[in-house]
Structures are given as structure tokens and as C-alpha cells.
Design a binder for this molecule. Structure first.
Ligand code: FE2
Ligand code: FE2
Length: 157
């Protein structure tokens, strides 16, 4: 296998790992949070689980098509510290901020995959561009939640 192809597969492995980790953390937070303000965020996370799982599936198919082996749980090294369900289950803002950070990290990684593939691997570039569009939508939605929560906090302060 060429170095270029291996580099692309490695980048897809990382993206796959991030998506699977996002599924686990969105799942946990979609159930963990409590309170009136949590309901909309929980519903949104619940819907995103399916989308993020779909991203993982698309990435896994591409890894296989390129000749790679999709990794199992023991080979996935998770690192999303910002998305741990908070001790205080009403701390919706910390989860919203964690989601924004996770989405931004994903967006940056997808942009670098597009940079690395747009010339020589248009299929991967196209696939990742579709995923990128959905991550930007998630980020925008959660930035809206954050604005609302910040506004509420400044009224009650
Ligand atoms: Fe995703
Ligand atoms: Fe996302």
C-alpha cells in the first residue's frame, strides 16, 4: 500500500474513532441531563446519535474500500474529556459547550482530510464533505443553545 493511501486510511481511522466516541457521549448525555432547560438539548442529542452513527458507518465503509481493516473497541483510544456527563445533571451549559468543542474538533479534522484527498481521492473528499456539512449544522445548533443559556445566566446573575 502506498504511503499516501495509508495516510488517508489513518485519518479515516481517527475520524471513525471520534464518531464512535461521540455516539457514546451523546447517548450518555441525552439521558443524564435533568431539568426544563435540558429537554431540548436532550432531544437534539438523541437525534444526533443516529446521525453520528451514520457517519461512523460511512467512514467504516470507506476504510474497507481502501483496503483497511475497521477497528474494534480495544483499538479505539477515546479522548473527549469535554463530553463527560457532568456531576451536576442540571449543568446543561457544560454539555452544550462540550458538544461545540467536539463538533469543532471534528470539523477541523474533516477539513484536513478534504485537504489531503481533494486532488487524488475525490470519493473520500466528497464523502467527508457531506459529513462536514452535517457537523457544521450541529455546531450551529448548539451555538444557538449556548447563546440562549448565556442570555438566561446574565438575566439571573
Ligand atoms: Fe459526526
Ligand atoms: Fe456532529
Amino acid at each position: 500500500m502506498s504511503d499516501d493511501k495509508q495516510q488517508i486510511i489513518d485519518m479515516l481511522h481517527k475520524a471513525y474513532r471520534m464518531e464512535v466516541e461521540t455516539v457514546a457521549n451523546y447517548l450518555a448525555n441525552s439521558i443524564h441531563l435533568d431539568g426544563v432547560r435540558a429537554e431540548e438539548v436532550k432531544r437534539s442529542l438523541d437525534e444526533d446519535i443516529t446521525e453520528e452513527l451514520g457517519h461512523a458507518q460511512k467512514l467504516a465503509h470507506r476504510i474497507k474500500q481502501l483496503g483497511g481493516r475497521v477497528r474494534g473497541s480495544l483499538e479505539l483510544e477515546f479522548d473527549q474529556k469535554s463530553l463527560r456527563p457532568p456531576e451536576d445533571s442540571t449543568d446543561v451549559l457544560s454539555v452544550v459547550k462540550g458538544v461545540i468543542e467536539a463538533e469543532k474538533t471534528g470539523i477541523d479534522h474533516y477539513r484536513s482530510i478534504i485537504d489531503a484527498t481533494e486532488e487524488n481521492d475525490p470519493v473520500t473528499a466528497d464523502l467527508v464533505t457531506q459529513i462536514l456539512a452535517e457537523e457544521e449544522e450541529h455546531r450551529t445548533q448548539f451555538e444557538g443553545f449556548q447563546r440562549e443559556l448565556d442570555a438566561e445566566a446574565s438575566v439571573t446573575a
